[in-house]
Design a protein around this ligand. Structure first.
Ligand code: 0O2
Length: 215
């Protein structure tokens, strides 16, 4: 059994990885904005799992505590929020383009096309990330979760309810959560439609203005 000091030492590279990766994703977002281009990244957050959550998840998932660094993929977690569903796949492409450079993509889970039983939706990518610390270089596992603002809203509320009910959410609440997940999907689809209509209207307006100028 690790003592607190050993846990803290183990988590140092994870803290560093989260800080570095947040900077990298935020830089992508800022570069789009500087170029006055639409950014598929709305905002980015990151966290290192708390020691108590690591131990709780290891018990729940039957992971030997001596193997958590090899088997627990989300000790370091980065969350990328997007406005629209299409943006998620643009971010996924950006991540693939950087694979082999900043990090190595190991595998991914598309919980948008294959929604979880709870109603949870998000795109997960597990990467191996090299961290250079005072204690040497280490490759750690990190999970990227890419989702829309509506998916994030749903997951945040569902997560805090799960915590409140110690993962024993009553059936009627589970049902209502599944219904609200359907409503969140509808919201995402409607927002996509609205944005397409606004873009088309803008294009038509620009075309008209150009024609008038040509006369
Ligand atoms: P936390 O507190 O967010 O870190 P599993 O054992 O199936 O739960 P696994 O196999 O590690 O998890 O992988 P999976 O399914 O990709 O889930 C990893 C993370 O995705 C979870 O980490 C959550 O952050 C998120 N997630 C997955 N399913 C749900 C869900 O139904 N609702 C919500 N709100 N989030 C979900 P943790 O460690 O469970 O939680």
């Amino acid at each position: 059994m690790k003592v607190i000091r050993e846990w803290k030492t183990m988590l140092i590279p994870y803290e560093q990885a989260v800080e570095e990766l947040k900077v990298k994703f935020k830089a992508i977002r800022n570069q789009y904005r500087e170029l006055s281009e639409y950014s598929p990244i709305e905002f980015v957050t990151g966290r290192v799992k708390k020691i108590s959550s690591i131990i709780e998840k290891a018990e729940r998932s039957n992971i030997d505590l001596d193997r958590i660094e090899e088997e627990m993929e989300d000790i370091a977690g980065i969350r990328v929020m997007c406005q629209f569903i299409d943006d998620i796949y643009r971010v996924v492409d950006l991540i693939h383009e950087r694979s082999g450079k900043d990090f190595e993509v190991l595998y991914e889970k598309d919980y948008i096309k294959m929604q979880k039983e709870s109603g949870y939706k998000s795109y997960h990518i597990i990467v191996k990330y090299p961290v250079h610390t005072a204690l040497g270089t280490k490759k750690i596992l990190c999970e990227f979760q890419i989702r829309t603002l509506a998916m994030n809203f749903w997951a945040t509320i569902e997560h805090s309810l799960s915590y409140k009910y110690k993962s024993q959410i009553p059936d009627n609440i589970k049902e209502r959560l599944r219904n609200s997940a359907i409503a969140a999907t509808k919201l995402d689809e409607e927002m996509t439609e609205i944005s397409k209509e606004v873009i088309n209207a803008q294009l038509m307006f620009e075309e008209k203005s150009n024609t008038i100028r040509d006369i």
